[in-house]
Design a protein around this ligand. Structure first.
Ligand code: LLP
Length: 472
């Protein structure tokens, strides 16, 4: 017998009063239940969406993306104005990039950050002005750099001494001047609720602070490169200001030293602002975060007697994460009793780690609700799992769902807008689902789903002669 207060439940998981409720902050603002209990997103019943587009389905609430993009920009604009500077917000395309999303964020006044040739091409295909694009990556190839310089990317964030020489050669060859920033490691490593500060980071990105001065000196020698400032990204899914504050203080030390050798007009502090995946997550409101980070920079500058540089930030998850809701169909359910006698309900859905790798990759926690109806019955501890041949194929590790969840029900998993579609795979030859934008009662396909033909298209043997003939 499964019961609500279950010893298999982690301490943080709350037994809900109502296992059909939509926790505030976890769902897009437009999410609600219709009179009959069906989940609606931006005015559209989830059942209408899945009848038309099938499952799994990633639904992206356009107004939520726009609202968050606007809120971030407004928050950083206001915070920067307080300290007589400016702040530019880049959307970190790695969170989820397609031409529609690129256009939405640009319309809301954001720039775009890319980190591969592929992301760059999507941004260009969307019509993003090249000079408003920032180009990242620890291993940009010569051809990627050539393409970036050729199209006139605004800023290339250099990550290694080798990349500086590659850019020197490319700009000399093409007679161009490329603006560059230098990515540094501040030694601050942010965790979700806390941060660690170490002097030496054992990881692949950027220049350790002691080496960065040399890199900047080298850039300043190269006539084809214009040094515009330092860049530092301390991590992702960060909730507080403390990590940014510590990091800014360390980076400003170098920033101030560099002023002795020339101008340093900008400082980019990266992204990483956290969102709520479950009801217990409590991210700092964006206005508070922006005010806190910019104030920390301003204080650091005042202490060193230097002007506050133009600032830039690169949020990805905080813009698209909460806007995404994945709809799955329940295929099977199973009571699983462990040795202690405790039990949980396994609910298998028709997607999994191919459309959301984050639980398997990072142990990420999500939440879920019935979407095609409101459930009845006692809330049961459930684990929502996918259809892949792997026991780590978990979609929602721990959740209380109505006990009558049954095959054919639609299940909705919120907060899947960031790093789900962008990390999707074809594991087990499962086609990647479509992405549908919803706005004001209207649904639009923004990325079509893959077909079986798509899956077979790259297999060079598909149209080869019948092997049985060859064997004769
Ligand atoms: N800027 C830089 C240089 C970055 O490396 C990243 C993320 C961002 C901005 C955007 O961070 P955001 O605001 O989205 O947290 N796949 C992981 C996250 C990897 C983030 C990598 N870099 C996940 O699913 O949690």
């Amino acid at each position: 017998m499964l019961s609500p207060a279950n010893p298999l439940a982690p301490d943080w998981l709350v037994v809900p009063d109502d296992a059909n409720d939509l926790a505030e902050g976890v769902w897009p603002a437009s999410a609600a239940r219709d009179a009959d209990g069906t989940l609606i997103l931006s005015g559209i019943r989830s059942t209408t969406l899945t009848q038309k587009y099938g499952t799994p389905l990633l639904v992206l609430d356009e107004d939520e993306v726009r609202l968050r993009a606007r809120a971030l920009r407004a928050a950083f604009d206001a915070a920067a104005a307080e300290h007589d500077t400016t702040a530019r917000v880049y959307y970190a395309g790695k969170a989820f990039l397609c031409t529609a999303v690129a256009r939405w964020v640009v319309e809301e006044g954001l720039s775009v950050d890319v980190c591969t040739r592929g992301e760059l091409e999507v941004a260009l295909a969307a019509g993003v002005t090249p000079s408003s694009i920032g180009f990242h990556g620890n291993n940009k190839s010569v051809s990627e750099l050539e393409r970036a310089v050729e199209v006139g990317v605004g800023t290339i964030i250099v990550d290694s001494a080798i990349e500086i020489e590659r850019l020197a050669a490319i700009t000399a060859r093409t007679d161009r001047v490329q603006r560059v920033m230098v990515r540094v490691i501040s030694g601050v490593h942010a965790e979700t609720h806390d941060f660690l500060a170490t002097a030496h980071e054992d990881q692949k990105f950027g220049f350790p602070l002691p080496d960065a001065e040399k890199a900047v000196a080298r850039i300043r020698e190269i006539s084809g490169l214009e040094f515009v400032g330092l860049h530092c990204h301390i991590g992702s899914q960060i909730f507080g200001v403390a990590g940014f504050r510590e990091s800014a203080s360390r980076v400003l030390e170098l920033h101030a030293a560099l002023l002795a050798g020339g101008t340093v007009p900008q400082l980019n502090l990266g992204g990483g602002f956290g969102i709520a995946y479950t009801r217990v997550d409590d991210p700092t409101p964006i206005a508070e975060l922006a005010a806190g980070i910019v104030a920390a920079v301003a204080e650091g500058c005042a202490a060193r007697g230097i002007p506050v540089p133009a600032l830039a930030f690169e949020p990805g998850r905080a813009i698209v994460g909460t806007a995404g809701v994945t709809l799955y169909e329940v295929g099977t359910t199973k009571d699983v009793t462990v040795e202690s006698g405790a039990a949980r309900l396994y609910v298998s859905v028709d997607g999994g780690m191919s459309d959301n790798a984050r639980p398997a990759l990072y142990g990420a926690q999500y939440s879920a609700r019935l979407a095609s109806r409101a459930g009845v019955g006692e809330a049961l501890l459930t684990r929502v799992v996918g259809k892949h041949c792997e026991s780590g194929d978990i979609v929602v590790d721990h959740e209380y769902l109505p006990g009558d969840v049954t095959p054919g029900d639609l299940l909705a998993v919120p907060a899947t807008g960031a790093y789900c579609a962008s990390l999707a795979s074809n594991y087990n030859h499962v086609p990647r689902p479509p992405v549908i934008a919803v706005r004001g009662g209207k649904a639009t396909v923004i990325v079509r789903g893959e077909s079986i033909d798509d899956l077979l298209a790259r297999d060079a043997g598909v149209h080869a002669e019948d092997i049985s003939e060859g064997a004769q």
